[in-house]
Design a binder for this molecule. Structure first.
Ligand code: ZN
Length: 291
């Protein structure tokens, strides 16, 4: 056996064997899986130090059309608890979950008033407060010793969400109703629309799994002209070409990229849920004021 092979084997043994004395650190953390990046942030906010969070669909990923990787099945098999959005958002998750035999799957939208078939409930901050309470409750059920910490984290985070919600309302309050009309790639902002009084028009439906037809686009262009939309937005998860085409045909200017279904990477402007909601509101209001 060569020396380098021996070294590699020893290394593998060392990383595979739990070390005596390391018990109190990583080994004791609860293992949570979150289906996509926005939930991953919320679970981290509430779980804090006691929970290790693995996110399946990462930053800038499209959870509507995600194809699970072998690594995801391993993460789910190893998880103590799995957090999903529900409302039909993660169609791909069912098979993974069934294959793993996991029962501890928490649907975070439980308790939200559904907006038709639209799964994007987190686009309303009051709904996200419901998600946060669901996370705290389910972590408490799993780990009683950590419950005071989960509750304290959730309460502190909810205060930040309350402030965020108030800020967004204040930002839109100054915009006349007839200027609050914009276009996005897919219908991801129904809850935002209902909560904050903005009208969103989109060529694609509430999922990204089917492309907009030529008729959809023609209908949208008619709507844009009738309703006098003020700006167009691409989405971080979507192909910008269709929005570019609509921009050329209608002469309406592009207002930047909104974050609907995923956070940005850490260097981006939407690395957390709160940063994402703020960034979206800032871009929307700016476009409405400037148009
Ligand atoms: Zn979506």
């Amino acid at each position: 056996m060569s020396a380098s092979l021996l070294r590699r084997m020893l290394y593998l043994l060392a990383v595979a064997m739990p070390l005596a004395g390391s018990h109190a650190t990583a080994a004791e953390k609860l293992k949570a899986v979150a289906s996509f990046s926005i939930l991953g942030d919320l679970v981290s906010q509430v779980g804090g130090e006691r929970v290790e969070v693995k996110t399946l669909v990462g930053p800038n990923g499209d959870a509507h059309v995600y194809e699970p990787k072998p690594d995801d099945a391993r993460s789910i098999a190893a998880a103590d608890i799995i957090f999903v959005n529900g409302l039909g958002f993660e169609g791909w998750l069912g098979r993974l979950r069934d294959a793993s035999g996991k029962a501890n799957v928490i649907t975070l939208s439980a308790g939200v008033t559904p907006n038709g078939i639209d799964p994007h409930a987190w686009q309303s901050v009051p709904n996200t407060r419901i998600y946060v309470r669901n996370i705290a409750q389910s972590l408490c059920a799993l780990d009683a010793a950590g419950c005071p910490a989960y509750k304290a984290n959730a309460e502190a985070y909810e205060l930040q969400l309350q402030a965020l919600d108030a800020d967004i309302r204040e930002m839109f309050a100054a915009i006349p109703q007839d200027r609050r009309i914009v276009i996005t790639s897919h219908d991801a902002f129904g809850y935002f629309a209902r909560e904050y009084g903005v009208t969103f028009l989109a060529p694609e439906g509430v999922s990204t799994d089917s492309e907009a037809s030529a008729q959809d686009v023609a209908r949208l262009i008619r709507q844009i002209r009738e309703k006098k939309a003020v700006a167009l937005f691409v989405e971080s998860i979507s192909d910008p070409r269709l929005i570019d085409q609509i921009s050329r045909e209608t002469g309406i200017k592009a207002g930047g990229a909104l974050y609907s279904d995923a956070l940005s990477d850490e260097q981006g402007p939407a690395a957390t849920y709160i940063a994402m909601m703020r960034q979206n509101a800032i871009l929307l209001v700016k476009a409405m004021q400037e148009s």
